[in-house]
Design a protein around this ligand. Structure first.
Ligand code: ARG
Length: 467
């Protein structure tokens, strides 16, 4: 894949090729190679190799000068990787062989000693875990940023009335702050899930070697400590074979994307002039090449669309794993692209969504007007009758008839005359109009978890503390 592709003599280019009478075909070489994508693991591979080498030295398997040579060589390799000058080569199949080969080119026999008491099987499992741990930490930071933005917007709109929907029909008035805090809760659970997944990710596979462990007196706990793992994988077969931790990451990612997609769907609807609830800043929208009037919420739509792609990766990984016998199989090489794309998609979506949300302009008047038009306080009307002594079912029926009359007249409940309302129940008095007010409806729901602005503000304050 790189122009530096010199390569060794045909047939002898792989560390395992000694056993073979002919080299793999070019097609097989390209088919089996993963370096085109797993080079992303390079820095983790180097970290893990250094920890392994230091342990080998500590237990007397690797001489001090060899360790020094490996450290020096790896330092140069790290520099090359970061500078983009590392000579990645398809000849050496994957990130692990490429780095080992380069090390040997740079420091000679010491490089060849590094692979003592280790296999690419425990090596790759370690690299992926290190990569995922770093990715989880990054994702957690991004979720926190999003939560902060949600809190700011919710705080500014704790008193903003909007129609709450069920079945996408106007149901009851809610505060926009309350609505946004619903998403805060969802993302809080997402963050918890990632934090829990991190605990399972953060265990060291190295030492499992190919599958059965090694005959060398290795110190796995020392390696675990050096690499910041909480402990080691307890069974060598399990350590090299299962990718449940990667599947879990994708599942947690799919849930985040699903939540993002839901709120994006709402933003798209709300920006439609029929709603007119919000405006999304121009820098997050695009126009049409043919319709000059258009302003399209592309970013929100694209996040909604990318959700499908992450769902696909989750299913790909589940399918990849489902029929694999113990222990390592080459199938597992296929875990990387779905995983990497999940990480990229998740991080990009979270970052761009947070930016976009911070720039959303709310049209309070439109929200209030929509709540006023949809009989949103019909339940409050029924509750009013119940408080006057009517059984709830009778109250429900009386209000339903009042809604019907208002619908026929093309007006809202509060626009009906007292005498009109009284034909549905003798319990109705002048004070009914208080019950039909939006702000009264909101304020009345002041219990824990309710939409009363005071309660919403308390929830925001609590959430802020918790972050
Ligand atoms: N590139 C391989 C992977 O991603 C590394 C492990 C290869 N092990 C093996 N026995 N072929 O899984």
């Amino acid at each position: 894949m790189s122009s530096n592709d010199k390569g060794p003599p045909a047939g002898r280019n792989k560390p395992w090729s000694g056993r073979f009478s002919e080299p793999v075909t070019d097609l097989v070489k390209r088919f089996t190679a993963s370096v085109g994508f797993d080079h992303r693991l390079a820095e983790f591979d180097i970290d893990a190799s250094l920890a392994h080498a230091r342990m080998l030295n500590a237990v007397g398997i690797l001489a001090k000068p060899d360790l020094a040579a490996i450290e020096k060589g790896m330092e140069q390799i790290l520099g090359e990787v970061r500078a983009g000058t590392f000579p990645w080569s398809l000849e050496y199949e994957d990130v692990h062989f490429n780095i080992e080969r380069r090390l040997t080119d740079l420091v000679g026999d010491a490089g060849k000693r590094l692979h003592t008491a280790r296999s690419r099987n425990d090596q790759v499992a370690t690299d992926v875990r290190l990569y995922l741990r770093a990715s989880i930490d990054h994702v957690l930071t991004l979720i926190k940023e999003l939560q902060k933005t949600l809190l700011d917007l919710a705080e500014a709109h704790a008193d903003t009335v909007m129609p709450g929907f069920t079945h996408l029909q106007v149901a009851q008035p809610v505060s926009l702050g309350h609505h946004l805090m619903a998403y805060f809760e969802m993302f809080a659970r997402d963050a918890q899930r990632f934090a829990e997944a991190r605990r399972r990710v953060n265990r060291l596979p190295l030492g499992a070697a190919a599958l059965a462990g090694t005959s060398f007196p290795i110190d796995r706990l020392m390696v675990a400590k050096e690499l910041g793992f909480d402990g080691v994988c307890e069974n060598s077969l399990d350590a090299v074979s299962d990718r449940d931790f990667a599947i879990e990451f994708c599942a947690d990612g799919a849930l985040v994307m699903m939540h993002l997609s839901r709120i994006c769907e709402e933003l798209v609807l709300w920006m439609n002039p029929r709603f007119g609830f919000i405006d999304i800043a121009d820098r997050f929208c695009t126009g049409s090449s043919i319709m000059p009037q258009k302003k399209n919420p592309d970013v929100a739509e694209l996040i909604r669309g990318k959700t499908g792609r992450v769902n696909g990766h989750l299913v790909a990984l589940l399918t990849l794993m489902k029929a694999q016998p113990l222990a390592y199989n080459k199938d597992n090489q296929e875990d990387k692209e779905p995983l990497f794309d999940t990480v990229d998609t998740l991080m990009m979506s979270l970052a761009v969504f947070t930016d976009m949300l911070a720039g959303v302009k709310v049209n309070k008047e439109a929200m209030r007007a929509a709540a006023q038009q949809g009989f949103a306080t019909a339940t409050d009307f029924a509750d009013y009758l119940v408080k006057k002594g009517a059984p709830f079912r009778d109250a429900h029926e009386a209000v339903a008839q009042a809604v019907r009359l208002a619908t026929d007249r093309g007006c809202d409940l509060a626009d009906l005359k007292l005498a009109d309302l009284q034909q549905f129940s003798p319990l109705i008095g002048k004070d009914v109009f208080e019950a039909l007010k939006l702000d009264g409806s909101l304020k009345a729901r002041s219990h824990l978890g309710g939409t009363a602005p005071a309660r919403v503000k308390a929830a925001i304050a609590k959430a802020r503390k918790g972050l």
